[in-house]
Design a protein around this ligand. Sequence first.
Ligand code: ATP
Ligand code: HSE
Length: 316
Amino acid sequence: MSVFTPLTRPELETFLAPYGLGRLRDFQGIAAGTENSNFFVSLEQGEFVLTLVERGPIQDLPFFIELLDVLHEADLPVPYALRTRDGVALRELAGKPALLQPRLPGKHIKVANNQHCVQVGELLGHLHTATQHKVLERKTDRGLDWMLATGAELMPRLNPTQQALLQGCLDEIVAHQGQIMALPRANLHADLFRDNALFEGTHLTGLIDFYNACSGPMLYDLAITLNDWCCDDAGQIDPPRARALLGAYAALRPFTAAEAHLWPVMLRVACVRFWLSRLIAAESFAGMDVLIHDPADFEVRLAARQQVDIALPFAL
Ligand SMILES: Nc1ncnc2c1ncn2[C@@H]1O[C@H](COP(=O)(O)OP(=O)(O)OP(=O)(O)O)[C@@H](O)[C@H]1O
Ligand SMILES: N[C@@H](CCO)C(=O)O
């Protein structure tokens, strides 16, 4: 399981008291997740999730808190940092930055259908339209420069077929970097996979795990999302799900000509981002009791995205 920092009941009770949410009924570590320690916390006044931030850009936690406040105020189903009676959102527990958030209802789904994809497309459209006119700036630490540097570093450890596949996309990044950075921007979730969404039936009840959120090209967020939600077991894009997601999104924010042009490149860039981060995670967590996602999924998807037949719904 991925609870890196175990907690005792007394230290949790002391931590929770300033929120004024009643007595601690129960708590348990959450096995899912790979980056932080998360706990379901049951208090007299409701159900919550406590996150101890284990790694990553701790200095950017105020950004995440502010972004989630904006999205919560826009009525999106996101967690947000609860404040203590003294108004403090970001606190410390067991030596780690700690946040308490409401527990959102719903469950993760493994198999996405067209209806799920419509809901995801709409939510992503709302997330972007809620932030595009006043973008909260945060540069991702997994951006194009990171891909170029990390790709070059990992290259010698790959086999020749993998090297050719990766190098092809790194070359594309170099060739298109300027155009990509000039695309329309907003705040991005940047990790909208099935394990970061909650559903009740086909109703999307929660979008969680904003620790990769950043500012950047909206098309990149869409490519990340589509690569997970609209993909078959062979790594190919499933056309009906892709059309459902893209159509729902475009109804809220129509695509530009530049976005339509860069769409195939962006799908490949989004594959490389997760192929590389999974390769690094597989190395650094090898032999540990931590959930590791298979890097090969994104190698296969990148190979499948060399030909992209799903165009963006763009009216000339
Ligand atoms: N606000 C919430 N409401 C309900 N469930 C939540 C909430 N936050 C987290 N969870 C549950 O905890 C699990 C792990 O959370 P999360 O994905 O944020 O962890 P992480 O370690 O940052 O993971 P990741 O590997 O996706 O980066 C989720 O899959 C979900 O089941
Ligand atoms: N969603 C990521 C893990 C967390 O960033 C992946 O599947 O590789």
